[in-house]
Design a protein around this ligand. Structure first.
Ligand SMILES: [Zn+2]
Length: 549
């Protein structure tokens, strides 16, 4: 018996020594991933430096000359740009990120963090979405705003009246709840239902619910045309009265009557910044907008819901009133532009044959005269049948470029998660970030590359208080995008939108390779980026979970 025990222990000792020797002969690994010889753009707006980046776990461990260090995976980034992963603060990814956690159309632009819940809409309650994402994982990091339209609808339905004191309190309680779940702030969509029914004092009061937490107020403002200055002033007032930062969403001069007048935007914004109000803008790099046709209608016609809307249409006078409103808002040009050619159907469940066609083309295909009158009837008919998403060419290229150059404008897509082949979405869903670099930096020289990268990384991270991301620094999360500056380019167009960009080489999210030589690896290392109201210990729990998916 003793002999046998002795034999076993001798065997164990031998085994131990064997592994010890083996280990000392295996070369020591300094990093899990080493990116070598890249042009490093750190995200601050500084021009590139040459160097290497070592990643350990989900963090950047070292930046510098690391040529004598070893790593599990080595990426040769010779002649490639190495930048922080892009951060898109204006998306609607909250709608489909659970169904499509690979978020291909964003990751394949080099985007590593998206913010949903914009323009006043978010999935309620946020906690359910966060829990689902924590369980399932996703390829990008995801943060979310709480939306006014969602909250108002929960409490008041489609009521047009101002809220009672009780309703106001209830809405504030829901905002508080969403902030505690980890919302990054509060968004409005004031040309959508039911947000369009609210007045400034309701919004000042609701945003006061953010004060104990911080967070940001973002707004799809009431008017992006003739009354844009007032609309911006309203957003500033709402933030200023509560000492909360303000971001004006998808900034644009959206009517040809105001083209060439960017001072209508920069005037109120810069005055506010001069007196110490934090105001920023986000912008997508296209001259066409995209939204549901519902927002082309007067908001009163939807009061009380769909049934009421259909009933109202039967009244001839009301029908005429709606018609004149849409003509004024959508079909009038001060520059003799044929508006029927500028409005396209992007997605319609009821009339998929309309998708990709403009109003003129649809009317011609129906053997109808392509008149303004018939076009409005068509728009109303589409809405009657459940509505559709449209694409509206309503901006001037010169204004897009002017607004892009402002130091407080950041790039963002206003898109959402897409499935290849579904409908005819706006190409911004696939092309925003590569398009800025290909078209506005490389071809047009509107801004410098390092400035474009700043507007895609550290500026949005700082504005939304997204911590430890948006810059290449030792200790920060390893969110890194590697691309070939000479060939990086958007391929999505209005007529062929489901096209991924070219020239993207690697995307690393939290230290995991999600794009390798331009191909999605299917990995889901994204984290929820919680806002300031989320309790600390829960956030730490989340951090432990990640890094192993
Ligand atoms: Zn919007």
């Amino acid at each position: 018996m003793i002999k046998r025990l002795f034999r076993i222990s001798a065997y164990l000792v031998a085994l131990f020594i064997f592994f010890f020797i083996l280990k000392s002969f295996t070369p020591k690994q300094d990093f899990s991933i080493l990116i070598q010889n890249g042009f490093i753009l750190d995200g601050t707006g500084n021009p590139w430096i040459k160097g290497d980046i070592g990643i350990d776990g989900n963090r950047i461990a070292e930046i510098g000359n690391l040529s004598n260090k070893r790593a599990g995976i080595t990426i040769d980034a010779k002649n490639l740009m190495v930048a922080p992963g892009f951060i898109d603060v204006h998306t609607h990814c909250d709608r489909q990120i659970v169904e499509v956690p690979t978020v291909d159309n964003y990751i394949l632009q080099g985007v590593t963090t998206v913010v949903g819940g914009n323009c006043g809409g978010h999935p309620f309650p946020l906690q359910d979405l966060f829990t689902a994402l924590e369980d399932k994982g996703m390829s990008v990091n995801f943060g979310c705003l709480a939306g006014h339209n969602t909250i108002r609808r929960e409490v008041m339905g489609l009521k047009m009246d101002p809220p009672t004191d009780e309703e106001l309190d209830q809405m504030k309680i829901l905002i508080q709840k969403e902030m505690e779940s980890g919302a990054l702030g509060f968004s409005t969509g004031l040309s959508y239902l039911p947000g369009t029914y609210s007045n400034t004092s309701e919004l000042v009061s609701l945003v006061s619910a953010l004060i104990p937490f911080g967070g940001i107020y973002t707004s799809h403002i009431r008017d992006q045309g003739k009354k844009i200055t007032q609309a911006i002033q309203e957003a500033i007032e709402i933030g200023e009265k509560n000492d909360i930062p303000v971001l004006i969403s998808h900034i644009k001069l959206a009517e040809d009557s105001v083209w060439g007048k960017p001072e209508m935007i920069t005037g109120p914004v810069e005055k506010a910044r001069d007196r110490g109000v934090e105001v920023f803008l986000d912008q997508y790099p296209y001259t066409a907008t995209s939204s549901g046709f519902t927002s082309s209608f007067p908001s009163w016609c939807f009061e009380g819901g769909r049934e009421k809307f259909l009933e109202r249409l039967k009244d001839k006078d009301i029908y005429q009133k709606i018609k004149s409103y849409i003509i004024e808002r959508r079909l009038t040009s001060t520059k003799n532009i044929d508006k029927l050619k500028t409005i396209y159907i992007a997605c319609s469940q009821h009339n998929p044959e309309y998708e990709g066609k403009n109003l003129r083309e649809i009317l011609v295909s129906q053997n109808k005269e392509p008149s303004t009158d018939n076009a409005v009837d068509l728009i109303i008919d589409i809405e009657k049948n459940g509505g559709a998403n449209g694409i509206f060419f309503q901006m001037d290229e010169r204004d897009v470029e002017y607004l892009m150059k402002l130091p407080y404008t950041m790039h963002a897509s206003d898109g959402g998660v897409q499935i290849v082949g579904n409908g005819m979405p706006h190409p911004r869903n696939y092309g925003t970030f590569p398009r800025v670099i290909a078209h506005y930096v490389r071809e047009r020289g509107v801004i410098k590359l390092e400035e474009a990268i700043r507007k895609m990384t550290s500026l949005p991270a700082q504005t939304f208080r997204i911590k430890e991301r948006g810059m290449l620094r030792e200790g920060m999360y390893a969110d890194i995008t590697v691309f070939d500056y000479r060939s990086f380019k958007d391929n999505a167009s209005f007529s062929d939108p489901h096209q991924y960009a070219q020239g993207l080489q690697y995307v690393i999210v939290n230290g995991k390779i999600v794009v390798e030589k331009g191909v999605h690896t299917g990995k889901l290392p994204g984290m929820v980026t919680y806002g300031p109201g989320k309790k600390q210990e829960e956030e730490n729990g989340n951090q432990d979970r990640t890094g192993n998916s």
